[in-house]
Ligand binder design. Structure first.
Ligand SMILES: Cc1cc2nc3c(=O)[nH]c(=O)nc-3n(C[C@H](O)[C@H](O)[C@H](O)COP(=O)(O)O)c2cc1C
Length: 479
């Protein structure tokens, strides 16, 4: 089955794009003309904790499922990070998810931060800075963070296809969806205390490696995010809002004590929805659930409608902890990818988009704007822009110019077209053949045990043997 949503690449003029948005009933404003030069809204610097950051683009964290088994970067990781440096974006939000311990890896090839890997991860950061210097000269206006994580329910440390979950509570839908019995053991409070120490250990290495900030990941269904919905969990880490955020508060205290001067950021799934599954026609539909659904942070008790009350409370908490860097994302790639990374072509294990992907883009932008409006002191980074394709710069400029977000983050687009931010800032015509069309091969590949990369558009991946394997997996009838 293929979807028949109108392709963005066909919307060649601002009027056509505007009309299409109107047809969809979407209020997604954009600037018809992108400005370049020093006065461009996207070229404006901003400051955070006394540092000046040179423009309004960020590279979002993008992992490749390609590090060495013992958690070191290799040439593929190095290539990706160099390309992040080439992008022209002055904020590097996290680079990619890096586990605080082996058991917390989302796959056996995820980077791990420890005494053994700190030097090679420091080299990765230096390579990015060097690449940025080669292309743009100035580097003192770059801000670079590393994303620290524990994959929790989605840990696969030893085998790409085998979950070895660490869960906080019996989730009524996710336990069965991922074949966990309802009595599957949950992490104890002592286990959690030990993990907090591990985050502290890793943060010390992050500082040693020269990063400006550490992102304490709270998104996409991984452990940090699961705390926020741990309403049913007894004890000091579950139930009340205060208890569900104790993990973050304790990690923050640990980092401040052990790595003073290291800035802290949080990437947050600001809203979540009930898990989706393919319906009879292949299109995504919400799972059935009878009763109060209390497990989607940032949604109401139907699990189908956004409710940002607790999200606002969470951002208030961040401000009170003097955490000013916040990257907004949504949901999870494992159970509702369409709200997180809107795509025309879903990953092979997913479902056909239940809505025009532009709806998903507009949803993230609108939520981000609401959060920014109520929390003007935070530096807010938005996500989910890649599906805008030719219109990314137009929407980005409008968002930044009107204060709907401080920074525009770019994820998948950076894999196919790393220097898109630089081209937009320089007022160049975009190279259409490098624009990400959201084929989702970067997700389908790792879901099938392969390294991630842009197989359709990046010649480097196109020519790899993995590209043939992927093509056969996607189109078995052609073999
Ligand atoms: C291949 C791939 C790897 C990703 N890796 C990470 C990651 O390590 N950490 C994270 O927070 N988000 C990760 N994401 C999510 C992206 O950062 C981003 O939120 C998402 O792709 C939507 O932004 P976009 O529309 O610009 O792609 C990943 C997404 C993809 C497609």
């Amino acid at each position: 089955m293929t979807t028949n949503y109108r392709r963005v690449a066909q919307l060649r003029t601002a009027d056509q794009f505007r009309q299409h948005l109107a047809d969809l009933g979407l209020e997604l404003a954009f600037d018809d003309l992108i400005q370049s030069g020093d006065q461009s809204p996207l070229a404006q610097p901003y400051s955070v904790h006394g540092r000046t950051v040179g423009n309004r683009f960020a590279v979002l964290p993008m992992e490749g499922w390609d590090a060495t088994p013992d958690g070191h970067p290799n040439d593929l990781v190095l290539r990706r990070w160099r390309r992040f440096g080439q992008s022209g974006a002055k904020l590097i939000w996290g680079g990619e998810a890096v586990a605080v311990c082996h058991e917390g890896r989302a796959n056996p090839n995820q980077l791990v931060m420890n005494a053994d890997t700190v030097d090679s991860i420091a080299h990765l950061r230096r390579a990015l800075v060097e690449e940025h210097r080669l292309h743009y000269g100035q580097t003192d206006d770059l801000l670079i963070g590393l994303q620290l994580t524990h994959s929790g329910r989605f840990a696969r440390p030893n085998d790409k296809k085998r979950l070895e979950p660490y869960i906080l509570y019996d989730h009524p839908l996710l336990n069965p969806k991922f074949k966990l019995p309802h009595d599957y053991p949950t992490l104890t409070d002592d286990d959690i205390d030990r993990l907090i120490t591990l985050f502290g250990d890793a943060a010390v290495f992050v500082q040693e490696a020269g990063f400006d900030f550490v992102d304490v990941k709270h998104c996409h269904g991984y452990l940090g995010h699961e705390f926020l919905s741990a309403i049913d969990r007894p004890g000091k880490y579950g139930g009340s809002f205060e208890n569900r955020t104790r993990f973050l508060c304790n990690i923050t205290a640990e980092i401040r004590r052990r790595a003073p001067g290291l800035q802290i950021g949080v990437r947050l799934s600001a809203f979540d929805l009930i898990p989706y599954r393919p319906g009879a026609d292949g299109k995504g539909e919400p799972e059935n659930f009878n009763g109060d659904y209390r497990y989607a942070f940032g949604a109401d008790h139907t699990g189908r409608t956004i409710d940002l009350s607790e999200t606002h409370q969470f951002l208030d908490l961040l401000e009170s902890l003097d955490i000013r860097l916040v990257c907004i994302t949504a949901g999870s790639p494992y159970y509702n990818p369409h709200i997180q990374r809107p795509a025309l072509f879903p990953p092979s294990d997913g479902y056909q988009p239940p809505e025009d992907p532009l709806v998903g883009v507009a949803r993230q932008i609108a939520v981000t704007a609401q959060l920014k409006r109520q929390h003007p002191n935070l530096i807010i980074v938005g996500s989910g822009y890649s599906y805008l394709q030719e219109w990314l710069g137009h929407v980005a400029q409008h968002v930044v110019r009107t204060g709907m977000s401080d920074v525009v983050g770019v994820g998948r687009m950076v894999l196919s077209y790393p220097n898109l931010p630089a081209d937009i800032l320089a007022g160049k015509t975009l190279e259409r053949k490098r624009i990400c069309r959201t084929f989702s091969d970067c997700t389908t590949a790792p879901r099938n045990g392969l390294i991630s990369g842009c197989y359709p558009l990046d010649d480097f991946y196109k020519s790899m043997p993995e590209a043939d394997i992927l093509a056969k997996l996607k189109h078995p009838e052609a073999t």
